[in-house]
Design a protein around this ligand. Structure first.
Ligand code: SF4
Length: 169
């Protein structure tokens, strides 16, 4: 990929600030606020400004691993095999112990499409009601802090009060 600017949306919180990524040799080297985006008009909080670091050399796992038993070391395997293995193990738990033996802990930073799919999987297919996301856990402490420091906990209202993007979730 040639060096280029790519417009996108900050992946972190629901405010949805517009970003512009400078991409060099297929790597994001800099992120700035999108001056033309109606949500933030070029402004970004610290998380948005540094979101490129999570993509470029973040140290995240880049391959699939599986443990043949709980006390075994993880062994690298091909992604399609890891997916089949995971599906087989989930199917076994479901068939053996029923839907409430499975629980999903997901992320408020997932796209709307991903949220739809995981909820469809959990509630519509597996039929468990055990689904939660980091949004509640994260915002419980933030909400307490907002109430104590600013006197209100409504996140959207606070975002308007604070005006500049400063969200911490
Ligand atoms: S407020 Fe910060 S974390 Fe949220 S979308 Fe905007 S830049 Fe990203």
């Amino acid at each position: 990929m040639a060096n280029q600017s790519v417009r996108s949306v900050c992946p972190y919180c629901g405010v949805g600030c517009g970003i512009v990524m400078q991409v060099e040799q297929n790597k994001v080297v800099k992120v700035t606020g999108d001056k033309d985006h109606p949500t933030n008009f070029g402004r970004l909080c610290t998380k948005g400004t540094t979101c490129g670091q999570a993509i470029a050399e973040s140290g995240r796992m880049e391959h699939a691993y599986v443990r043949q038993a709980r006390d075994h070391d993880p062994v690298r395997i091909a992604m399609d095999k890891a997916i089949s293995e995971t599906a087989g193990r989930l199917r076994h738990i479901l068939d053996t112990h029923g839907p409430d033996a499975l629980a999903f802990y997901v992320s408020g930073q997932m796209s709307l499409e991903s949220q739809y799919l995981i909820n469809k999987l959990a509630k519509g297919f597996v039929r468990t009601s055990n689904i939660e996301s980091n949004s509640r856990l994260c915002m419980a402490s933030a909400g307490s802090g907002y109430k104590l420091s600013l006197g209100a906990t409504a996140r959207r209202g606070l975002m308007k009060i604070l005006t500049a993007p400063t969200c911490s979730s």
